[in-house]
Design a protein around this ligand. Sequence first.
Ligand code: DQA
Length: 145
Amino acid sequence: MKILIIHGPNLNRLGKRDPDQYGHDTLEQVNEKINTYAKENQIEATCMQSNSEETIIDTIHSAETYDGLIINPAAFTHTSIALRDALASISIPKIEVHISNIHKREAFRHVSYTVAECTGQISGLGTYGYVLALNYLKHSGESRI
Ligand code: DQA
């Protein structure tokens, strides 16, 4: 099973950026956590991060070679119809992950343009959310949930 993980803008600043919201792990450490869980579960995980909306859209367009997509669109969640349309154009399972609980924060973060084109959303469970999303993708084919 091959899963693509996309980290959106500013997530390369994890570890330095607002640790009260996002914790102390760097993006490298988060990817290590993802890869460790993936290997233990016979999943081939590919992680990428970009601050560019264009690069993320192009990456989504070519994601149908994977069995599933985990995406933290970061601030683009709240702004990008283009990203939503890109997600709508591919037909693999897609999970939206947010490290912080976006529904508990500023009102502008309560709106997600992207979630309607995803199977579901994990928000507020820290970086463990990525592992939970992998676990879901691994097992979701086994039965109708
Ligand atoms: C975030 C939440 C977004 O509102 C914010 O813009 C981010 C990170 C999260 O993971 O909690 O950059 O997606």
